[in-house]
Design a protein around this ligand. Structure first.
Ligand SMILES: Nc1ncnc2c1ncn2[C@@H]1O[C@H](COP(=O)(O)OP(=O)(O)OP(=O)(O)O)[C@@H](O)[C@H]1O
Ligand SMILES: [Mg+2]
Length: 364
C-alpha cells in the first residue's frame, strides 16, 4: 500500500476500512441521508470518494469556508456551479435537465448561474438532478464535504431545501462529511423540533484513527512496497508520536521515501511540521470565535487532561478574572463541537496527538 499526498480515490488504494467501506455503500443505497464523521486527516474524504467511485455523484467541498465568519448563498452557489460543471462530463444529457432550472444555463461543459434575484433555487437544482437520476434509473449521491461550514450560510435556508429533498426526491441520497462533529449536528438540527429535518433518520458512520497495530502495519506495508527497510523502533516511535491518524502517517511515509532512509529525526520533523499546521488551524478557529480564552482552556487540558473545576481554576488564575460557569460551559461546548477536545466521564482531553503535543506552545 503506497503513501498518498491526496485523498485516495480508488477502493483498492484504501488501507483497512473494509467495514466502513461496506457500511457506507450500503447506507447510500438504502438511506436518504448519511453522515461520515471523524477527526481531521483520519481519511473521511478518501473513504467517501472510494466508496462512491462507481456512482453518479456531485461532490461539493466547502472546507474553504472554514476561515470565514459567514457565507452567502451566492458563495455556496458558486461552489455548486463548479461541481455541476464537473458532473456534466458524466453524461451529456444532464444538460437538458439542468437547463430547465430558472437562472441556470449550460454552455458546453460549463454551468452558468444568474446572479441576484434571478439566481436559481437550490431546490430546483435538486429537482432537476432527481429527474435525471429517475429517468436513468440510477441513484445520485450528493456529497457535501465538511458540510458543517454551511452553518454560516446567511439568508437562505439550505436545511429547508435538504429536508424537502429528503422527503420528496427519492433518487438522490445525501452524504455529508464533517470533522467538527458537534457543529455538523448543530447544522443539521435533527434534534430540534422547529427544524425541517427534525426526526428524520440519518445513518452515521464514524471513522476512528487506526489502532496502534493497524497504524504500524500501514507504515510497514507502505515502506515494504517501496523497498525501504524500517526497524521496529522507528515504527513504534512514529505511531506513539503521530497516533493512528492516517494523514500524518502518510505524510511521514512520503517524507521518509523522499529522504531514502528511516531516521528517528524525521519523525520529530513531521511532528514539528504537523504542529505548525494544527496550530494554524486552531488559530483560525480562535479568530472566527473571537476569544483567546480557548487557548488557555486547551493549555489547561494539555497532555494529562483536566476536570471542569481544574480548568476553571487554571483559567481564573491565568486571566485574573472570575469565569462564570455558564461561560465556561459555552467555551467547552464550542471546543468539543469543533473536535478540539473530548469529554470522557469527568475528564476533558485532547484527542489529536499533535494538538496535545503543541498545546503548551500555542500562540495566535
Ligand atoms: N484508507 C486509507 N489508505 C491509505 N491512505 C489513506 C487512507 N485514508 C486516508 N489516507 C491518506 O491520508 C491523508 C488524509 O486523508 P483524507 O484527506 O481522506 O482525510 P480527511 O479525514 O478527509 O482529512 P481532512 O479532515 O483534512 O479533510 C491523504 O493523504 C490520504 O491519501
Ligand atoms: Mg477531507
Amino acid at each position: 500500500m503506497p503513501f498518498f499526498d491526496r485523498p485516495v480515490e480508488k477502493p483498492e488504494e484504501l488501507f483497512d476500512r473494509e467495514k466502513e467501506f461496506e457500511s457506507l455503500k450500503r447506507a447510500v443505497d438504502r438511506y436518504a441521508m448519511t453522515i461520515v464523521v471523524g477527526f481531521r486527516r483520519v481519511g473521511k474524504t478518501s473513504l467517501i470518494k472510494a466508496a462512491t467511485i462507481d456512482m453518479p455523484r456531485i461532490y461539493v467541498d466547502v472546507r474553504k469556508f472554514e476561515v470565514l465568519q459567514y457565507i452567502t448563498y451566492d458563495m455556496f452557489l458558486d461552489e455548486l456551479r463548479k461541481s455541476l460543471s464537473n458532473f456534466l462530463s458524466f453524461d451529456k444529457r444532464i444538460a437538458e435537465y439542468l437547463n430547465v432550472v430558472k437562472g441556470l444555463k449550460v454552455f458546453g461543459i460549463e454551468v452558468e448561474l444568474s446572479q441576484g434575484r434571478s439566481r436559481p433555487l437550490f431546490t430546483s437544482i435538486l429537482e432537476s438532478l432527481d429527474r435525471w437520476a429517475r429517468d436513468r434509473g440510477v441513484k445520485l449521491v450528493f456529497i457535501i464535504d465538511e458540510a458543517q461550514e454551511l452553518i454560516k450560510l446567511k439568508g437562505y435556508s439550505i436545511i429547508q431545501a435538504i429536508a424537502y429533498a429528503y422527503d420528496n426526491l427519492r433518487n438522490i441520497t445525501f452524504l455529508f462529511a464533517g470533522s467538527k462533529i458537534g457543529l455538523l449536528y448543530r447544522f443539521l438540527k435533527i434534534h430540534d423540533p422547529s427544524s425541517p429535518l427534525y426526526g428524520r433518520y440519518i445513518e452515521r458512520i464514524e471513522l476512528k484513527p487506526l489502532t496502534r497495530e493497524k497504524a504500524i502495519e500501514f507504515l510497514r506495508k507502505g515502506f515494504e512496497e517501496h523497498r525501504i527497510k524500517v526497524d521496529e523502533v522507528f515504527l513504534e516511535t512514529a505511531v506513539q508520536k503521530l497516533g493512528g491518524i492516517i494523514g500524518w502517517l502518510s505524510y511521514l511515509g512520503l517524507k521518509t521515501l523522499n529522504r531514502g532512509e528511516t531516521n528517528l529525526r524525521i519523525i520529530d520533523e513531521v511532528v514539528e511540521e504537523a504542529s505548525k499546521i494544527v496550530i494554524n488551524e486552531f488559530c483560525n478557529f480562535i479568530n472566527a470565535m473571537g476569544s483567546k480564552r480557548y487557548i488557555e482552556i486547551v493549555r489547561a487540558v494539555s497532555s494529562e487532561g483536566a476536570t471542569w473545576s481544574q480548568i476553571k481554576r487554571y483559567l481564573e488564575l491565568r486571566l485574573g478574572v472570575k469565569i462564570y460557569d455558564s461561560e465556561l460551559s459555552r467555551l467547552l461546548k464550542n471546543l468539543i463541537d469543533n473536535g478540539y477536545i473530548e469529554k470522557t466521564n469527568e475528564l476533558y482531553t485532547i484527542p489529536d496527538p499533535i494538538l496535545k503535543y503543541s498545546s503548551k506552545s500555542i500562540k495566535c
